[in-house]
Every structure is written in structure tokens, then in C-alpha cells.
Design a protein around this ligand. Structure first.
Ligand SMILES: Nc1ncnc2c1ncn2[C@@H]1O[C@H](COP(=O)(O)OP(=O)(O)O)[C@@H](O)[C@H]1O
Ligand SMILES: [Mg+2]
Length: 390
């Protein structure tokens, strides 16, 4: 019987295997439980390793539109596998991706429902592009909410899928009335409305709750790393409900009142598909009034707040993926962030060089040097140096 030393209630990714994933023809890499550093020059494949772990977790690439580029050029199928452990159980997750098909596996058994797969390997991702959560259009922020809430609640994905089906049906019907100039079958619209409202209210609740949980942490962290106080995330729905109101009927009234407008636009104008949230610093919208530095710190505070929210929700920290973090920060800020990376958080970080990196930071880390899609050197936390030939 094997005894696992130092095992705590944390989720860990023990190793990954990649075949024909981006610039990796065949990669097998083992991680330690705490800090793993991937080092290499530009365009060698550092971000691709981060993305592989992200893909194994979320089943989507970091940038949604890039899915067709996941498979190695001139190959037809990519395969990714992770060995993970949680609560002393070892499990494997795998994805087989071909140009027109994606299959998910847990312990070598194919999983048809995404909701059964997502959340098995929980991750929080920071990349230099994470700043887009503040800067880009609301759909980026909704994607952020959906990904995190899906990782935390198995039911949420199903609700979101059902919602999207009803939304599509409702939009098609409104467009049909507009284009064909037919009169509305209100009995049919009522059925759609009832489903639509109930699913919308459930989604609002999940999102409101998640944002409230982030707000419990974000300001203290932001103050600690930036010195500025009073950062809050403000959730914005395009229907407002006062306390204790009958939300169902308010929603229904809104839809009924705006029926002509919805037909005019041929689309559903109210609901969670139009949700957004703002980063507000001392009553000012950070997007409009914040400096570049403040925005960056707000995103880092958000990421660190996520770690805590995951831990509170499921008793375990997610795996923290930090892509190019240090190129973004001065030494003082680096050290602040490092102070948040505690022993219980398995972290995978990419860097281009070890200049200005504190020795104590890398002391216990595994270091992997990447060149052109292969590991050319590896230092484990036992101080062993090995060449890896796959
Ligand atoms: N589908 C693919 N097939 C082959 N190579 C790819 C594919 N997608 C990306 N790459 C290559 O991966 C490299 C970039 O890897 P990346 O992980 O972003 O590098 P970095 O080390 O700078 O983070 C580039 O050389 C790019 O051409
Ligand atoms: Mg990169």
C-alpha cells in the first residue's frame, strides 16, 4: 500500500500527456504539488502548456475563437490527458479532439454530458489578456462568470444550456413574427416566456451570489497589492428588482410591455444574456477612470479573490495558472503576489528568464525549460537535474 505524504485536501494535477496539441507532438510532464515554473524564450510553447491544462479543465481554448488551431498543424487529432488527485483518489481526465468532434473521458470512460466533466479539474487562469475582463465587451465578462460558476456548480451548465435553447427559440419566434408579418400565437409565447423567466431568475441568482462572494475578498486584496481602497464589483442586469419584489411578475410585465419592441428588433431584449458587471473604485468605473496599473491590479485582485471563493465553495483551492505574470509586474508587486501563493495552492507559472527572481521563490519549485515544443531540461524540487527524452 502506498502512503501519500503531505496529502491535504487540495486538488492536484500530477501529470499531463499531450499528443499533437499545438506545438507539442508528444509531451509528458509531471508536476509537483506546489510551484511549477515553465521557462523558455518566446514562441517555444510555454503558454501552450498553460492552455493544455486550461483545455483539460474547461474543454475550451483560452481564446474561444482559436479552437480550430488547437490541433497541431497538419495533424487530424489532438489528445490530452491529465492525471489528477483529489481527496486521495487518483483520476484521469482526457480529451480527444478531431476537426469535427470532441470526446471527453473520465477514468477512460467517455462522458457525454459536459456538466459531469467540468469542475473535476478546477482552474483559475491569469494571462496578460485577462485585462480584457475589464476592457472588452460584456460578453467577455459573461464568459468569465459562466466559466467560474460552471466549475463551482454542476447544475449551472445545464441551466445555462436550457436557457440558451429557450432564448434561441424565443428569438427565432420573434424574428418569424417580424419577417413573416404574422400575428403572434400568445399561448406559445407564454410557454416560452414562463421557461425563459424561470431560467433567467435562476441564472441571476447564481451570478449575484458569485459576485457577492468575490466582493467579500476583492477589496482587501486590491488594497494590499495596490494601496487603493474601495474596489467593488457591481453586477448589472437589465431588469432591476427591488428587495422582496415578485420578480417573476416584474419580469413578465417587462416582456409584455416591450413585446412590440422585441418584435421590431426580432430578438429578446431583456435577460441574463445581456448581463454585465463593472469594476468600481471609490464610485468611479475603473474602465473609464482607472489607470492601466489600477486595472492590472484589479484583475490580479480578482484572480486572487477567485482562489478564495473556490476554496470556500468546495473546500479546495483550484489550480492556479499564471501565464507571463512577472513580465507584467515590478519586483515589489511580484513579491506581493508571491505572498498569496500559499503551500496549498498548486501553481503553474511561465516566465522567460530567472533574472530578478527571488531565489527563495524557486527553491522548492520544479523548473522546466521548454524549447520548440520539447522539455530540454528539468529541475525538480529535490535538486535533481535530468534530461528528458520522450
Ligand atoms: N496548431 C499548432 N500547430 C503547431 N504549432 C502551433 C500551433 N498553435 C501554435 N503553435 C506554435 O506554438 C508556438 C507558440 O507557443 P506559445 O506557447 O504561445 O509560446 P510562448 O512560449 O511564447 O508562450 C508558436 O511557435 C506557434 O507557431
Ligand atoms: Mg506565452
Amino acid at each position: 500500500m502506498s502512503v501519500i505524504l503531505n496529502d491535504k485536501n487540495i486538488m492536484k494535477i500530477n501529470s499531463i500527456l499531450l499528443k499533437n496539441f499545438r506545438n507539442y507532438n508528444n509531451l509528458n510532464i509531471k508536476f509537483n504539488n506546489n510551484l511549477n515554473i515553465i521557462i523558455g524564450n518566446n514562441a517555444q510553447g510555454k503558454t501552450n502548456i498553460i492552455e493544455a491544462i486550461y483545455f483539460l479543465s474547461i474543454t475550451k481554448p483560452i481564446i474561444l475563437s482559436n479552437e480550430k488551431n488547437i490541433i497541431m498543424k497538419n495533424k487530424n487529432v489532438a489528445f490530452l490527458k491529465a492525471n489528477i488527485s483529489y481527496l486521495n483518489y487518483d483520476n484521469s481526465l482526457a480529451i480527444n479532439l478531431s476537426t469535427n468532434n470532441k470526446k471527453l473521458y473520465i477514468n477512460n470512460r467517455e462522458i457525454k454530458k459536459h456538466s459531469e466533466y467540468i469542475g473535476k479539474l478546477k482552474v483559475v487562469l491569469f494571462t496578460p489578456d485577462s485585462l480584457n475582463i475589464i476592457k472588452d465587451s460584456p460578453n467577455i465578462r459573461r464568459r468569465f462568470l459562466n466559466i467560474d460558476i460552471s466549475q463551482l456548480n454542476e447544475k449551472y451548465i445545464n441551466i445555462l444550456n436550457e436557457f440558451n435553447v429557450v432564448l434561441r427559440q424565443r428569438n427565432e419566434y420573434l424574428k418569424h413574427i417580424k419577417n413573416e408579418k404574422v400575428s403572434c400565437n400568445f399561448a406559445y409565447l407564454d410557454v416560452l416566456n414562463e421557461k425563459f423567466i424561470n431560467l433567467s431568475l435562476t441564472i441571476y441568482d447564481y451570478r449575484k451570489n458569485f459576485i457577492r462572494n468575490l466582493n467579500y475578498y476583492i477589496n482587501n486584496i486590491f488594497y494590499d497589492i495596490s494601496g487603493y481602497n474601495n474596489l467593488v464589483l457591481e453586477y448589472k442586469t437589465n431588469i432591476s428588482f427591488a428587495e422582496n419584489e415578485d420578480r417573476y411578475n416584474i419580469f413578465l410585465e417587462k416582456l409584455e410591455k416591450n413585446y412590440q419592441r422585441e418584435v421590431f428588433y426580432g430578438t429578446t431584449l431583456y435577460g441574463p444574456h445581456r448581463d454585465d458587471f463593472d469594476f468600481v473604485l471609490s464610485d468611479n468605473n475603473l474602465l473609464l477612470y482607472g489607470s492601466q496599473g489600477q486595472k492590472k491590479m484589479a484583475i490580479l485582485a480578482l484572480k486572487l479573490a477567485e482562489l478564495n471563493v473556490f476554496k470556500d465553495n468546495c473546500g479546495e483551492y483550484p489550480i492556479l495558472l499564471l501565464d507571463d505574470l512577472f513580465s507584467e509586474l515590478d519586483i515589489e508587486k511580484r513579491n506581493k503576489i508571491i505572498s498569496y501563493l500559499n503551500q496549498d495552492i498548486q501553481t503553474i507559472i511561465t516566465i522567460t528568464d530567472l533574472n530578478n527572481i527571488d531565489k527563495s521563490f524557486i527553491e522548492n519549485a520544479n523548473l522546466y525549460e521548454i524549447k520548440n515544443g520539447t522539455i530540454v531540461g528539468c529541475i525538480t524540487n529535490y535538486g535533481r537535474i535530468s534530461e528528458i527524452n520522450e
